[in-house]
Design a binder for this molecule. Structure first.
Ligand SMILES: [Zn+2]
Length: 312
């Protein structure tokens, strides 16, 4: 078993692993290793170069064959910041995802380099908050934030923005000697353009952040209505195992749960608008089914975003 402080390696079917992010390492999101037969394909590269390095080592450890392709599901940093360890291989994304990476990642890095001296202060503040008596969910979120900042601090001086070299628009089929997989763009969902990787022979899909398990999914960079359509599209595939961008591996039925969440936050934001344009979303209680989910703060960001969008 390959051991990393960033992720746990979960075998799914013969030749496919989910590298599931640990709560406090530098991974932040899940990645995938796929044995294509004559080479290895990797889905997403985590949040930091240090986790990306372990990702590369894990791929070589399990399959002991050349790594050929890396897929970036969407532009968010926690899925692409390990890219620099794959500069000799071919990194693939949708055209729009590549454009969004160019638009966001160099700026983010420049901003973080400037903020580096403040990071230590932030960490001290967060560690002080930890001593307060908070509920379990808030305590977990704080611990994750501390872990996140520590890993970012470590990564910021070595991080190099590394872009995809190969782009596609709607669908790309990749053939290996052991299996054939499809990259499918599901359009605007969690971001302006999300890609999934579907392996028909395994009834399995890596779906990036259009599914988060036991974690609040973030809607502020995408569109909740077309996201619902994207989930219906995935439901229509002959798929059983779903590897989410965050949280443990799940099955097709969980797509309904994400649909319910999106519909619920749309309804809550609509009722906010009806009642009072200036209502403070922080007074809303997180609905019972989602109370135990990680990153409760995302629930409030989502509501603010939707309330603002609806009032425009
Ligand atoms: Zn994301």
């Amino acid at each position: 078993m390959f051991l990393s402080r960033h992720f746990n390696c979960v075998p799914l079917v013969e030749g496919i692993y989910c590298l599931e992010a640990k709560e406090q390492g530098g991974a932040m999101s899940n990645a995938g290793l796929i044995d294509m037969g004559d080479y290895t394909l990797i889905f997403d590269t985590f949040n930091t170069p240090q986790a990306g390095k372990d990702l590369r080592d894990a791929a070589l450890y399990y399959f002991n064959k050349p790594i050929r392709y890396i897929v970036n599901s969407h532009w968010h940093g926690d899925h692409v910041r390990g890219n620099q360890f794959f500069s000799d291989e071919v990194i693939i994304s949708s055209s729009r995802t590549r454009e969004l990476m160019i638009k966001t990642q160099p700026d983010w890095l420049a901003r973080m380099k400037k903020l580096l001296p403040n990071l230590e202060e932030d960490l001290t503040k967060l560690n002080t908050s930890l001593e307060l008596k908070l509920n379990d969910s808030k305590q977990r979120e704080l611990l994750s934030q501390i872990g996140y900042l520590q890993e970012i601090k470590e990564s910021i001086l070595t991080l190099e923005v590394t872009l995809p070299q190969l782009t596609y628009d709607r669908k790309m089929t990749i053939h290996g000697s052991a299996r054939t997989v499809e990259l499918l763009s599901v359009g605007t969902a969690h971001t302006e353009c999300d890609s999934i990787l579907f392996s028909p022979s395994d009834s399995l899909a890596f779906v990036g952040d259009i599914v988060a398990v036991d974690n609040h999914p973030l809607v502020v960079d995408g569109n909740p209505l077309s996201w619902l359509e994207a989930l219906t599209y995935v439901e229509r595939l002959d798929v059983n195992i779903i590897v989410p961008g965050h949280g443990p591996v799940t099955q097709k039925h969980y797509l309904q749960q994400i649909k319910r969440y999106i519909n619920d936050i749309i309804h809550i934001s609509e009722s906010l608008i009806r009642e009072d344009m200036n209502v403070d979303v922080n007074h809303i209680e997180i609905p019972e089914p989602y109370l135990g989910w990680n990153y409760g703060s995302i629930f409030y960001r989502n509501l603010e975003f939707l309330a603002k969008a609806a009032s425009n």
